[in-house]
Write a protein that binds this ligand. Structure first.
Ligand code: ADP
Ligand code: MG
Length: 268
């Protein structure tokens, strides 16, 4: 589906910050190597989405990002309630309405992969280099799946940890050789560090996805505690569908000279 064209034409984007990298209009302009480009093409992505065009070059330039954009929900024809429609098609005489989201996950996964590959020799036994905080088990899993798709090109390992599943299984998975990318809900990530299943010493690329939902679910103390224990020279990307004062305060504390990218009508 050509969601890139749709999101580009219909969704307004606003960018602020000093010395911001210019947007790239195609995958070829990102400077990705063949391994990553081939897998992007293999998955049928023909053009970067609006947020990818702007956020990827900014992230590749090493800058922190505050991204404000609505999040996607897949809605099939059996549901009659649709929050926001980006894509409509007729399939077998049935009207199928799908909101596909704006492609934020790949917008942070691709630069994270480039960042990890730039670190040179990877010691497989250590903690992750990329860390992604997500509010729920479902979102952590979606990110895990998207990350795995592209991490395969480099044989990098990805793991997801979240509540409601066996701590012991997650502990064993993390201890069985280490991962370069770790996705998790804040509480379970802290549990894993306490159990010495992993550590945050090597984390130099941090993503906070759906930051507003993490606040709504009461994870602010855990999110802060994790950020306080990370290397201050890390790169940080924070994404949120809404941007209330408390999220703005956190965003200001955990990022350094961020580029702010907002997409669509987010009440700003
Ligand atoms: P959100 O911005 O809501 O987090 P997601 O990152 O979950 O959106 O992406 C929504 C869907 O779009 C995913 O299934 C993803 O694989 C797909 N997608 C991402 N980027 C592209 C692209 N450039 N072209 C086509 N599909 C894409
Ligand atoms: Mg998302």
């Amino acid at each position: 589906p050509d969601i890139a064209a749709l999101s580009e034409d219909r969704v307004h984007m606003h960018v602020s910050g000093a010395d911001v990298a210019k947007p790239c209009i195609s995958f070829a302009h990102f400077g990705f190597d063949d391994a990553l480009l081939d897998s992007i093409i293999k998955y049928g992505y023909s053009e970067p989405t609006g947020i990818q065009k702007q956020a990827v070059p900014v992230a590749l330039s090493g800058r922190d990002i505050i991204g404000i954009a609505k999040t996607g929900k897949l809605v099939n024809e059996n549901k009659n309630f649709v929050i926001l429609v980006l894509f409509i098609r007729i399939l077998d005489d049935q009207l199928v309405v799908v909101y596909l989201g704006s492609g934020k996950t790949a917008a942070f996964i691709w630069p994270m992969l480039v960042h990890i590959m730039d670190q040179g020799e990877l010691d497989k036994g250590e903690g992750s280099i990329g860390l992604i905080l997500a509010p729920t088990r479902e979102l952590a899993n979606q990110i895990y799946i998207e990350a795995k798709k592209f991490a395969k090109s480099y044989s990098l390992r990805v793991a997801a940890v979240y509540g409601g599943a066996s701590k012991m299984d997650q502990f064993k998975e993390l201890r069985s050789g280490g991962v370069e990318i770790l996705v998790g809900t804040p509480g379970r990530l802290i549990d894993m560090v306490k159990m010495k299943a992993t550590n945050f010493r090597r984390v130099s690329f941090l993503v906070l996805d759906e930051a507003d939902r993490m606040f709504d679910l009461g994870f602010e103390p855990q999110v802060r505690s994790i950020c306080d224990n990370l290397r201050p020279d890390r790169q940080t990307l924070l994404f949120s569908a809404t941007f209330p004062k408390k999220v703005e305060r956190l965003a200001r504390e955990v990022t350094v000279e961020p580029v702010r990218i907002s997409i669509g009508n987010v009440g700003q």
